[in-house]
Every structure is written in C-alpha cells, then in structure tokens.
Design a protein around this ligand. Structure first.
Ligand code: DOR
Ligand code: ZN
Length: 347
C-alpha cells in the first residue's frame, strides 16, 4: 500500500496551551484532525464550565482562516470541584470529559487530586450524568520506581475506581505498559485507552541514544521494548477500546533542555504520519482508519467526521525546530525522516 485514505480523524488527547504558543501549535493539529479533546492543565487549570467556554473561544479565535476544527473541552478535576459543576458541564454541550490528574503527577497538576475519596461525590456526578472521566494513570508515590508508576496505578487506584463507579466511563490516557493493555482489554464495559505515537514508535532507549535526549521525555515515560510491542499488538489487533490520542505537549526549547526539563513531546506537526508509520510497521495500515477516526468517536458518542485525509508513503524530514515567538519548539523526529506524508498543502 503506497497511499491510504481515511475518514478525517480526531485527536482524543491534546495539549493546546494558550496565548502565543496556542497560535503556533493549533494549525498543525487543525490541518490533520477535525476535533480534539483539549487538556485542561493550563496554569491556572480549567476547572469550571465558564473557564472552558472562554478557553474554547480563544482556541476558535486562534484558528487560521480556512481551517475547520472543533475543540472538545475538558475540566480539570480538583478535590473542590462541586458535583453541580458536572451537571453544568453535561448541559453545556461543549465539555466532553473531566480529567483526573493525581496531584503532582505531571505538568501543572499541582491542583490535582491528592485523596481520591475527597472527589467521590463529584465522580458520582460524572457517573450519573454519563460524562467520561479521563485519567492520567500514574501513582505519585516517590517510593515507586518511575517505570512502575502506571502499573501500580492500575491495582491501587484504577481497578477499585472502576468497581466503585460501575457505570462511569473511563479513558485510561496514554497507556504505556503491557499491564495497562491487559487491564483495558479485560476491563468491564465503558473503559478505553488512548495511545500516543511516541509510545508506539519508541522505547526507553530513545531517551539515551547518543546522550541524554530531553525531547523524548514525556510522562508516562517511555518504557522497555516489550511494552511497546504490547501496545503495537493491541492497536494492530483492532480492538475498539484503543484509540488515537497524541498527547502532543509543547514546551519551549529552554523549558525542555534546562535543569529539570519539562515532560512533554510535541508531535502535532507529524502526528498522523507517525501513526501511519507505526501501523505500517505492524502490517496493520488497514486498521488505522478505525483507530484514528472511528473508535474514539464511538466511545465519546459523537458522530464520525465527514471528509477524508490521504497519506502517501513518501519521506519528509521535520525541521530542527519551529519558531515559537522569540523561542523555538523542537518537534518529534526533528531532522530525521518520517516515512509517511500527508497529502495537500504543507504546514
Ligand atoms: O509528558 C507530558 N506532558 N505528560 C503529561 O501528562 C502532561 C504533558 C504536559 O502538559 O506537558
Ligand atoms: Zn497529556
């Protein structure tokens, strides 16, 4: 197969940031994806429907003329989120999920949840109003090895949570381990997962190839090769519980390369192309359409997009960096070839 045409896809996990950086990154996503679930971890986070509405307006205002794109908004769950806000979120029609960050797990998550019990009433409201809970699935216990934090989250938090709220729909975001794949495959109905391009294409060796590589650092961190294989097998098998979520998470170069470099990989410039590469490597290109354009919409109970995008098997090389204000954004695969291209005018 040298060319593949799929239904216009969606990105079910995306960081768009705000202000000038939003303007820099949004066109890359809008050229490829019709919709995206927009993460709420701004500083301060998006905790109310009113804030989500204002953020949505800013995203739409930043969209270049001629591009159509629908931001699907989320709220940041804190222990202080009142159950009444969940009803408002459901009624708003613009909020599609609520994000659980264990406090301190990642970028701008300090206001996240410390004790899950303190959020039970609000989680009950999510279940009642049938609004999905989106989960950053890592424990924050510093005693737990960073490579084990996702696996520990499953038995300590996610399994009990899924049992306590049996009708709550849950997206286990950016899964990275065999344990997560097995959990999702065997879990009760209403549980799904997103998978990023980097976790399908790289293992943890990438973090150290030829020296310390901060642009391969994200959370959950890349895992060993056997975990990558498990993820690739799961998506190649075509299970509807796994769908596309890039977790493209831009940070300016200085923030990535400084002491305590930030977690996050910017992949929006080549996201769909990189997924095509991953599916191709698994001999599963015919499954890309479902993964990118069908399973996520079905989970969120949204219509499939109209229109198509076409990818061709032809190499191109992302630049060393993209300009971002008076700084730079280093993309995934900078200066190295990507084997699939998006048909149409370039970015
Ligand atoms: O690598 C990450 N970056 N993981 C996250 O969970 C958050 C994200 C960000 O916002 O930078
Ligand atoms: Zn994320």
């Amino acid at each position: 197969m040298h060319e593949i045409t799929i239904t216009r896809p969606d990105d079910w996990h995306l960081h768009l940031r705000d202000g000038p950086l939003l303007e820099t990154v949004l066109p890359f996503t809008a050229r490829r994806f019709a919709r995206a679930i927009v993460m709420p971890n701004l500083d301060p986070p998006i905790t109310t429907v009113a804030q989500a509405q204002a953020y949505r307006d800013r995203i739409r205002a930043a969209l270049p003329a001629g591009l159509e794109f629908e931001p699907l908004m989320t709220l940041f769950l804190s222990e202080a989120t009142p159950p009444a806000e969940i009803r408002l979120a459901r009624e708003s029609g613009i909020v599609q999920g609520v994000k659980l960050y264990p406090a301190g797990a990642t970028t701008h998550s300090g206001g996240g949840v410390k004790q899950l019990e303190n959020a039970f009433a609000t989680l009950g409201a999510l279940e009642k109003h049938d609004l999905p809970l989106l989960v950053h699935g890592e424990v924050t216990d510093p005693e737990v090895d960073i490579f084990d934090r996702e696996a520990r989250f499953i038995d300590r938090v996610l399994e009990p949570l899924a049992e306590r709220f049996p009708a709550l729909r849950i997206v286990f975001e950016h899964v990275t381990t065999r344990e997560a794949v097995e959990f999702v495959q065997t879990a009760r109905a209403g549980i799904a997962a997103t998978v990023t391009p980097q976790h399908l294409l790289y293992d943890r060796n990438a973090l150290f190839r030829g020296g310390l590589r901060p642009h391969y650092y994200c959370l959950p961190v890349l895992k060993r090769a056997s975990h990558r294989s498990a993820l690739l097998e799961a998506v190649a098998a075509g299970s509807p519980r796994f769908f596309l979520g890039t977790d493209s998470a831009p940070h300016l170069r200085a923030a990535k390369e400084g002491d305590r470099g930030c977690a996050g990989i910017f992949s929006a410039h080549a996201a769909l192309e990189l997924y095509a590469e991953a599916f191709d490597s698994a001999g599963a290109l015919e499954r890309l359409d479902d993964f990118a354009s069908r399973f996520g919409a079905a989970f969120y109970r949204l219509p499939r997009n109209r229109g198509t995008v076409t990818l061709t098997r032809s190499e191109w090389t992302p630049p060393a960096h993209y300009p971002a204000g008076n700084s730079e954004l280093v993309p995934l695969r900078a200066c190295e070839p990507v084997r699939w291209s998006l048909k149409g005018p370039p970015d």
